[in-house]
Design a protein. Structure first.
Length: 314
């Protein structure tokens, strides 16, 4: 997959364009993108994703939008789905103020000459969000492309959407987020030195600093799985600011790998999957009380993850 942005675009030529933000690459996005790729392959055309940076809501509201995936993760998922070109289009005030027809003429048609454009049922564009998927289809008839509008994907009576996933993660409801995403929520990064408090309590932890632009689940203690190289380890993790020790710090992710024997982790890249929230973060009266609770948390995480033990060790 080639990642590009203006002004470094290839000459306009017939293509299939999937248009949207695609934050999280959730089940609804996957279905739309699969249909875009299938259409492109059937018609012998390249499959494009046209998305925007920063997130349009950040420009509209003046505050950052917590993302579900960082850029590298998003690109990896799009490439795996078969997208040929990923275009990051700068979302500016001038773009935001374009009328729907102007956006189609000056951005979509002028630069891509799409034969087919794929959007979700709730896609909006143009000044004030006045352009709808139905309006895009009408404009497509005028400019010479057809529009495929993907219907809502429903899971357990819920419409799959990035906003619903953010709400579930903010509540610490990992099961709901997983159903809507189609994969377990995860965070990855390089292990950084901590203050070694976990080691002093008998539960050494690997410390990650989550990317500031990516949404973390609600603070608390979670059952988790951790991937080190190609092996998965059952884990218990704490996401929070360590109130027992009076440390009012930005949220950090500390994960203890149960029965780990793979060597020093400092500087190594790991991936942590959230599986279930065990409890909220709380302040304990003493390190001994905290140690006893960590032991209970570890036992509960081990029990919850036991049915997967064979797959984790595979």
């Amino acid at each position: 997959m080639q990642v590009i942005s203006p002004p470094h675009l290839p000459p306009p030529a017939p293509s299939v364009v999937a248009l949207g933000n695609f934050d999280g690459i959730h089940l609804g996005h996957v279905r739309l993108l699969q249909h875009a790729v299938e259409t492109a392959r059937r018609e012998g055309l390249p499959a494009y994703v046209l998305t925007f940076t920063p997130h349009p809501q950040a420009v509209l509201n003046g505050v950052p939008v917590p993302l579900l995936l960082d850029r590298e993760e998003k690109e990896a998922k799009l490439a795996a789905l078969g997208i040929d070109f990923l275009v990051y289009w700068p979302f500016t005030v001038s773009l935001m103020q374009m009328a729907p027809e102007e956006f189609v003429r000056e951005v979509l048609w002028r630069h891509f000459h799409p034969r087919v454009v794929c959007v979700g049922f709730n896609f909006t564009f143009g000044h004030g969000g006045r352009g709808t998927a139905a309006e895009l289809a009408r404009l497509g008839e005028r400019f010479g492309f057809r529009t495929l509008i993907e219907a809502a994907v429903m899971v357990d009576g819920m419409v799959v959407s990035s906003s619903a996933i953010r709400a579930a993660l903010t509540r610490g409801n990992i099961g709901t987020a997983r159903k809507l995403l189609g994969y377990w929520p995860y965070r990855r990064g390089r292990v950084v030195p901590g203050n070694r408090r976990g080691r002093s309590l008998g539960y050494a932890t690997a410390n990650l600093l989550p990317p500031p632009e990516v949404l973390c689940p609600a603070p608390g203690v979670y059952a988790a799985r951790t991937r080190v190289e190609e092996r998965w380890w059952p884990s218990v993790l704490n996401l929070g600011s360590r109130p027992t020790f009076g440390e009012d710090l930005p949220p950090t992710l500390e994960v203890h790998l149960l029965d780990y024997h793979g060597g020093e982790l400092y500087g190594r890249e790991i991936l942590v999957e959230f599986r279930r929230r065990l409890r909220p973060e709380r302040k304990f009266a003493s390190p001994e009380e905290l140690r006893a609770q960590i032991q209970r948390d570890a036992e509960e995480a081990r029990r919850l993850l036991a049915p997967e033990a064979k797959r984790i060790d595979a």
